[in-house]
Ligand binder design. Structure first.
Ligand SMILES: [Zn+2]
Length: 251
């Protein structure tokens, strides 16, 4: 896998989609066996991918500035909390042909209000537009509002692994360090959430990443956490490149 970072200033200059009002965003291009994959972390849990001429939005949330951001060919939603499932923005980002993939609980909550959705459950794999998508459980082990009241119940939300040729990209969603996460294999790029009290702290996220060792990891959904603590927690882990991006408090 050859990795190349696109200069953010060059990107702004070349792409009308990232106009003067756009925040300080940086895109990375990863060479997969089926062509380049461009990754643009947008804000909090929102990420845009571009692959084979298709636009993919992960958990688009209107607290990000979507001015000039292209509409989606594919949207994936991890769970129904407001910072992940934003029905008004989904309507804006959707075209008639857009495929929206979510957990069954999200599909039930949306109830057709933003058009058709394709539900996949924890552990299931389906292929959309030639991209295999696997739903990975995301849930709390101990964090919640009381005993037996986790903030995220197992089975309700999905993390996702999307496969682009030989490149597997993982989005954790809002989770703690579950056995399923620790057991992940062959992850090329991981986005890992850290946002106490609802998801794990940065140091715990680093320990979890040490267990499954993606080639590249981006902390995301990290409000209130020092991402340098996450990077420091992985500095003795071989083969894992930490990429820190400004994803909160834009512009
Ligand atoms: Zn969240």
């Amino acid at each position: 896998m050859n990795l190349k970072t696109v200069c953010p200033l060059l990107l702004v200059a070349l792409s009308p989609a990232f106009g003067a009002v756009a925040p300080n965003r940086q895109s990375d291009v990863i060479q997969t066996s089926k062509g380049p994959l461009k990754i643009t972390p947008l804000y909090h849990g929102s990420v845009m991918l571009e692959f084979g001429g298709k636009i993919i939005h992960v958990d688009p949330w209107s607290n990000a500035d979507y001015t000039g951001i292209p509409q989606a060919d594919l949207i994936v939603i991890t769970h129904s909390h407001a910072d992940h499932m934003d029905p008004a923005l989904l309507k804006t980002l959707r075209k008639e042909s857009t495929i929206l993939v979510s957990s069954p609980a999200v599909t039930d909550t949306l109830n057709g209000t933003v058009g058709d959705t394709d539900a996949i459950s924890n552990g299931e794999k389906k292929t959309f537009m030639g991209i295999e998508i696997e739903a990975v459980p995301m849930y709390n082990l101990k964090l919640g509002s009381g005993p037996g009241k986790p903030f995220h119940h197992k089975g309700i939300g999905n993390g996702y692994i999307m496969t682009f040729g030989d490149t597997r990209v993982y989005f954790s969603g809002d989770t703690e360090c579950t056995p399923e996460m620790k057991a992940l294999k062959n992850i090329s790029v991981a986005f890992v959430a850290m946002n106490p009290p609802r998801t794990m702290p940065a140091t715990e996220a680093a320990a979890c990443v040490d267990a499954f060792r993606p080639k590249i990891v981006y902390p995301y959904h990290y409000r209130g956490q020092n991402t340098q603590d996450f990077a420091d927690g992985l500095k003795n882990t071989p083969g894992v490149e930490v990429r820190l991006r400004k994803l909160e408090g834009e512009p």
